[in-house]
Design a protein around this ligand. Sequence first.
Ligand SMILES: [Zn+2]
Length: 581
Amino acid sequence: MNKRKILVTSALPYANGSIHLGHLVEYIQTDIWVRFQKMCSPEGDGHEIYFVCADDTHGTPIMLRAEKEGITPEALIDRVHSEHLRDFTDFHIEFDNYYTTHSPETRQYSEDIYSKLKAADPSLIGTQCIEQFYDSVKNIFLPDRFIKGECPKCSAKDQYGDNCEICGAAYAPTDLIKPYSTVSNAALVMRTSEHFFFKLSDNRCISFLRHWTREENHLQPEAANKMREWLGESEQSNLSDWDISRDAPYFGFEIPNASGKYFYVWLDAPIGYMGSFKNLCNQRNINFDEFWKKGSTTELYHFIGKDILYFHALFWPAMLENSGYRTPTKIFSHGFLTINGEKMSKSRGTFITAENYLKQGLDPEYLRYYYAAKLNGTMEDIDLNFDDFTARVNSDLVGKYINIASRVAGFLVNYFNYRVTDISGLVIQSDSLQGPEQFKTGGARLIDELLENADLIHTHMENRRYNLAISTIMALTGKVNEYWNQQKPWDKAKQLDDEQQKLSLHLVSSITIECFRILTIFLKPILPKLAQNAESFLNVEPLQWKDLSKTLLPGHQIKAYKHLMTRIDRKKIDAMIEASK
Ligand SMILES: [Zn+2]
């Protein structure tokens, strides 16, 4: 196994709202993968892997919200940044750098990429005059989400610009009757302005993207199919040029040599990956170019939601390809979160923020475990069903995995002075015990079975099929419990004056605690805090994947058992839902 150099990103959350359970699907998914890679290494100190992210801070909604709160956009994004980082940290999302797109680094790369696209021959940046709704009280062009009016079909009032909530008709904002601004309530007028466009419909982009989206599994198969629809097969593609500028007033980066024109937030958002990494490079003396220049042999992975596939699988690689940078190795897209089978909703109390979840005293690792048990590496939506959530965490995690440690610890503590015995050769004279052969080989076979599954679990984790990793791990966990029950240690403990029974009890307890150690290695990327507490109970150094080839040494002393995790109290979930309404 070679040491890999890997850069991983999660999509940048917008600095206009709180982190909620829907967001966390992605950050937990990415964090598990990064932690897994960091644990696996030929030399023991991990692959060189970096996980960066940032707040996405630009655009009209940020500007308007700051104005509403009577603060500057900078003050708003500073506050939101610290809230986001607090929530991520609480859920054990461990970024190497969590930065902001409102940074000198992101500005530098935005200008650089733009100027290279502009300088291409012929230029990949064009201009067009477009007509847009203008709020002449606020003196701004308005994004669609701030526009309402009467439905052109049924004349219902106060409908948004894309569809009618009364009759269900879909239309364009320009079709609305008496359109008005939700910011100022002013009637809107159409006004013309010159915008800059990235020429995505240029053949240099189309032919590149037709190859890129189909080759080397850059995209999951279902994502590649989606791109095929957009890109078209023949001469004609369905792609149009991409509007990358917005007019002042706008919170963002002004376009060089174009006074009053700003980069559209979606242009600088993905460039924020580069900005955040550059900022990390400066802190840690990492070679930025090795990761980003064209021809780079390092790996670059973007974890995203399927709603922003268009930006990441088309605009982003086309921009990079035509400006001297490398393109992503793979884009890992996931589905949306539903709760109890439905869209998250404020009225049902299922629009749950990270903060509200934690406020009820719910352990963040319940959610990490549950999401992992559902994530299968595809773009399918995942459902958080609270009955299933409670049952699974309580029966699998607490009832099976934690249970092993809590059951065995007492025997080792009470009868063997916290010490494990030698299990390396499973040393009991077979002729001196009743049924010892079965007992010995049973213990040896169990440990072997756990270790034989390590490669399979490794492959599932690498491929982001955490659901399969977990079902494999939990099947093994069930077998360890079975073994323990079959050995009836409580019976052996009643016959401790019989030296063989005592030896047998020591061996069974030592084998079982060794199994717990192995299971902890498997679960560690998913449950980092729990694993840390388990390491402290086992009295071992932070576990790495390579520690699978070791065992606890004879005479090794564990520590007294302290509660590792409590069961989910259903009342806390009900309280959380109530508090989210
Ligand atoms: Zn209508």
